[in-house]
Design a protein around this ligand. Structure first.
Ligand SMILES: Cc1ncc(C[n+]2csc(CCOP(=O)(O)OP(=O)(O)O)c2C)c(N)n1
Ligand SMILES: [Mg+2]
Length: 332
């Protein structure tokens, strides 16, 4: 296992794009939390607030035909992979214009045209699905990658062992990204394992394992970029452990503390990836405050439009309730 040190900043345009993407995720999530509280979202809503740097840094290297497999906490993954905010918010509202036509909601966000192969309410299978995508890409001989984003809660799941072992043995083009936010629902990771590091498990399987600061988008971007390039070139999979924290409750409507201290939450809020990156950009002369303000204004308008779009969109037509249940092939 290796531990990454502070990464050099990418070029200015890339930095501003990373900053903007993180802000899009944050503003969408804050809006979804408000909408949940207003009773506009049926079903559970797990936000990604505090963890935006991970999906942003990883997905910046992916194309539409690379395949991302996600979790119950997947709004940020979907946005970073290219699902427009309006399709995300409309989906959570259950509207026909959502990315899954209003039939899936938060934990069934699919958009194959941008390679978003699904959020999921089941902890673990995304690891196997990404290995399967990698196997398919290898058989087809195409330089694409499968990516699994998963939490620390998936690490003791059998899927982690099976997927990583198989992908490593067959040297598949896969990226395994563990978002270690220290808790699975309200259970601390340290209470579920005698080895609270994830990256060092890689040694047992024979693939590179790297631990990074998951709240540092430049570091995630740098390490993910190298791993994805290696995968595309036939160099096999990589396990990246991103150390991070969710600063909102496990799901909207749940308690914030009780299982974790206010001090701990406050400490991690100090390490919020978005203002930290803004400070770094300003210090490095990669951005002027006016440029960051313009991005903020642009993102605020984008999310406001997305919300209005979701409000204005129609419900799915009840006559289509049985559509997509069975294959339409052959017209039978
Ligand atoms: C196979 C399976 N077991 C248990 C659950 C219940 N469950 C839903 S979310 C969750 C915690 C997941 O924690 P983690 O993987 O660390 O992701 P995080 O919520 O921290 O992002 C659990 C146990 C589930 N959905 N699927
Ligand atoms: Mg977790």
């Amino acid at each position: 296992m290796s531990t990454s040190t502070e990464a050099v900043l990418p070029d200015k345009d890339t930095c501003l794009a990373l900053y903007r993407q993180m802000l899009v995720i944050r503003r969408c999530e804050e809006q979804l939390a408000r909408s949940y509280q207003a009773g506009l979202i049926p079903g559970a809503c797990h936000t990604y607030v505090g963890e935006e740097a991970i999906a942003t840094g990883v997905c910046a290297h992916l194309n539409d035909d690379d395949a991302v497999f996600s979790t119950h906490r997947g709004h940020g993954h979907a946005l970073a992979k290219g699902v427009p905010p309006k399709e995300l918010i409309a989906e959570l509202f259950g509207k026909a214009t959502g990315c899954s036509q209003g039939r899936g909601g938060s934990m069934h966000l699919f958009s194959p045209q941008v390679g978003m192969m699904g959020t999921s309410g089941i902890v673990g299978p995304c690891i196997l699905q990404a290995a399967g995508a990698g196997y398919s890409f290898k058989l087809l001989g195409v330089p694409k990658v499968g990516v699994a984003l998963f939490g620390d809660g998936a690490v003791a799941n059998g899927a982690f062992h099976e997927g990583i072992n198989l992908a490593t043995n067959w040297q598949l083009p896969v990226l395994f990204v563990c978002e270690n936010n220290l808790y699975a629902t309200e259970v601390a990771f340290v209470d579920t394992t005698r080895n609270p590091q994830v990256a060092n498990r890689a040694e047992a399987y024979g693939l590179p394992g790297i631990a990074v600061d998951g709240n540092d988008v430049a570091e995630v971007y740098s390490v993910a970029g190298e791993a994805i390039t290696r995968a595309r070139q036939g160099g096999g999979p990589t396990l990246i452990e991103c150390k991070t924290y969710r600063t909102r409750p496990h799901a909207e409507g749940m308690r914030d503390g009780g299982y974790r201290s206010t001090e701990e939450i406050d400490e991690w809020k100090e390490r919020d990836p978005i203002p930290a990156f803004a400070r770094r950009l300003l210090d490095a002369g990669h951005a002027r405050q006016e440029e960051l303000d313009a991005i903020t204004a642009d993102v605020t308008a984008l999310v406001a439009e997305a919300l209005q779009f979701a409000h204005d969109s129609p419900w799915p037509d009840p006559a289509t309730v049985a559509d997509h249940v069975f294959s339409q092939r052959g017209g039978a």
